[in-house]
Design a protein around this ligand. Structure first.
Ligand code: SF4
Length: 296
């Protein structure tokens, strides 16, 4: 195995930024990318996404406990405090449920996902090296790749395993490539920053209790880097032309922006006065969006 080219230090000027989800947005639908990344429209919380957030938090905190204490009961006991922590940080999620019975049913589904996790691996036998780890690199040319890895496991041999929990179901064969794209993104950043090629990329689908594993090689990661640079070029071209076209698919069913989408008879928002840079914080634009929706 040849060593990767030297990582590029962060002080390089950052001209653009991509995370796996933002890259995925552009590949799914350029207009969706625009609304999320350029217009920075908020997405309404959903029970499924919120359940995913809480289950991820529980699985992160589970590993704060001594190994012998990492039982299913202990994980389930973390659900309520993690829910309360989320409500304190994002009070709008409290409005997801019409009554306590609905919230309890939702918590029951979260318990099922945790039970699914325990059928896939035994946390008393694992000691993760890192959890919820921010990884980032700036490539030559100024594109920053940034993401948060659920878990990194380091074997005594030095082998690195990248683990991601999914609270949905495993994709069919046709969509496996899309699911692995996110993992190759993380692997590329780790390779470029640490000089270590992760040995295994592991997606854990708690919904149907399946694991998808993949061992990347250097050619994979170089191809992922080329793909991301090409994607960034396409995004820059679309920004210059102010042209982010809708690409309808079955994912539209879950899109928060149908009312602003020409594919659904909506009128797109006017182009913003200023395109946010990679370091801009996420402003809340609920008022502007609501006004545009009501006018439409
Ligand atoms: S509704 Fe579909 S086509 Fe329109 S912006 Fe959303 S994902 Fe894109």
């Amino acid at each position: 195995m040849t060593a990767p080219t030297a990582p590029v230090d962060l002080p390089l000027p950052v001209l653009g930024s991509l995370s796996p989800s933002r890259a995925g947005d552009f590949m799914t639908c350029p207009l969706l990318f625009r609304y999320r990344t350029i217009d920075r429209l908020p997405s309404a919380p959903s029970p499924a996404a919120t359940r995913g957030t809480v289950v991820h938090s529980v699985l992160e905190r589970l590993y704060d406990l001594p190994a012998a204490g990492r039982t299913l009961d202990a994980a389930v006991a973390l659900l309520q405090p993690e829910w309360e922590r989320l409500v304190a940080a994002e009070p709008e999620v409290a409005g997801l449920f019409t009554d306590e019975a609905e919230r309890r049913a939702w918590l029951g589904e979260a318990r099922e996902l945790l039970a699914g996790y325990f059928t896939l691996e035994d946390p008393t036998r694992l000691e993760p090296a890192e959890r919820e780890q921010l990884v980032e690199v700036v490539l030559a040319g100024g594109l920053r790749l940034r993401g948060i890895v659920d878990r990194l496991d380091l074997a005594p041999s030095g082998d690195l395993r990248v683990v991601d929990y999914k609270t949905g179901r495993a994709p069919g064969e046709m969509f496996e490539g899309k699911a692995l794209f996110q993992m190759k993104f993380y692997a590329l950043v780790l390779w470029r920053t640490r000089g270590v090629l992760p040995r295994v990329l592991q997606l854990m689908y708690l919904g149907d209790r399946e694991i998808l594993r993949y061992s990347p090689d250097e050619a994979d990661l170089r191809a992922t880097e080329r793909k991301l640079l090409a994607l960034w070029e396409a995004i820059e071209r679309a920004t210059q032309r102010r042209e982010f076209l809708p690409r309808p698919s079955r994912l539209c069913e879950w899109c928060d922006h149908q009312s602003l989408c020409p594919a659904f008879g909506g009128t797109p928002l006017p182009w913003p006065e200023r395109v946010p840079g990679p370091e801009d914080p996420l402003p809340h634009q609920r008022a502007a969006v609501e006004a545009a929706r009501q006018a439409g």
